[in-house]
Ligand binder design. Structure first.
Ligand SMILES: [Zn+2]
Length: 357
């Protein structure tokens, strides 16, 4: 299976990524981002629908043995738990924020009345000149942190009068940066980088730059992955499910930001042996920079689908992402390698259950 170079699509991936990360979408507050993804698919000629659960589903064409290619567009974030004295906000995390990385990050609070208020997640008693050495010794947990809103409120009552209430969602600034050397830094590369890869795949398919799929292909963009239920419902019939999610970088893992990672097993156990083996073959035949890895603390939508009872083989790949759930970094080469692997796998004739060929 020879895959076209597709290098010209790297800029498309980066542009799509920049566009998607600019739309806030903490899990539970994803409707606007879902509409944005529908619009991006529509711009390259595909009709997408938003499911009951808030996922985006799009049939790209092809016939037989359906393959679902999935990425998630929900992100980590926060919810207002309580209004505090001094007009501060107590936040509950949405998903597994690496809170040390989120200290002093700017954010936006969305009231249910439709207003937005900027703010910053800070330690309680955030000034070194007031807290002294105790500040650096404190644990970075939501019990020790609070959101300081830029609205002048000094009491809970004043916050209420501005429409702020328990249950309001908080989104953090992505700080998207095209850095030197081809690196891309942003929060929420997990998994908006892979959303951008799948949109670039749709663009390349629409333009005839990748082979027509050898089977029915569905794109699925999920809205609840960070809480474990992204692909747990509302899936079309399929024989295979490929999560395109972030690849882990660190410790003794082989993947770097410049590679596509093929996950062999994660916290939910091993992925399908045949899918992994075929993807490895595609990487080798096309000299894609890749690594096979085992992720120690990880789960994906592919695992969520199987746990929910969907009877399909599953796999998980993605661009290497450094400092995941913190301030993340990937590389243009890893994004392109992921696109080429997706294109190669979708073009491969389905071969059913692995028989050790
Ligand atoms: Zn993810």
């Amino acid at each position: 299976m020879q895959i076209a170079d597709l290098g010209k699509y790297t800029d498309n991936i980066v542009a799509a990524l920049k566009r998607i990360v600019s739309v806030p979408s903490p899990t539970g507050y994803t409707a606007r981002a879902a509409r944005e993804i529908c619009a991006m698919l529509s711009e390259c000629g595909y009709k997408a629908e938003i499911t009951n659960r808030g996922n985006v589903l799009c049939r790209l064409g092809g016939e037989g043995e359906p393959l679902i290619l999935a990425a998630h567009f929900d992100t980590l974030g926060g919810i207002v738990r309580a209004l505090k004295p001094k007009g501060r906000v107590r936040m509950t995390s949405v998903g597994g924020l690496a809170l040390g990385s989120y200290e002093a990050e700017n954010c936006t609070l969305f009231t249910r009345g439709g207003t937005t208020i900027g703010g910053t997640l800070q330690m309680i008693e955030a000034s070194s000149h007031v807290a002294g050495a105790a500040l650096s010794e404190k644990k970075r947990t939501t019990d020790e942190m609070e959101v300081v809103l830029d609205c002048g409120a000094t009491t809970p009552e004043e916050l209420s009068s501005l429409g702020v209430a328990a249950g309001d969602f908080i989104a953090f600034d992505p700080r998207f940066t095209e850095a030197d050397g081809g690196y891309i830094k942003s929060r929420f590369l997990d998994d908006k980088a892979s959303c951008a890869v799948l949109i670039a795949y749709a663009q390349a398919l629409s333009a005839g730059d990748v082979p027509a799929p050898s089977r029915a292909i569905w794109l699925l963009f999920t809205s609840h992955e960070e809480v474990g239920t992204g692909a747990a419902s509302g899936l079309p019939d399929a024989t295979e499910f490929l999560s395109v999610d972030m690849g882990c970088v660190g410790a003794d893992l082989g993947c770097t930001e410049r590679m596509v990672s093929v996950c062999v097993a994660d916290g939910g156990g091993p992925y399908d042996y045949g899918m992994v083996t075929r993807m490895k073959q595609i990487c080798e035949e096309n000299k894609l920079p890749y690594a096979l890895d085992v992720y120690p603390h990880y789960g994906s939508d592919a695992g969520a689908a199987v746990r929910a009872g969907y009877h399909m083989r599953n796999g998980c790949i993605g661009p290497g992402v450094y400092a995941s759930h913190g301030y993340e970094r990937t590389h243009r080469e890893g994004l392109l390698a992921t696109l080429r692997l997706v294109a190669g796998y979708a073009a491969l004739a389905p071969r059913g259950i692995y028989d050790g060929e």
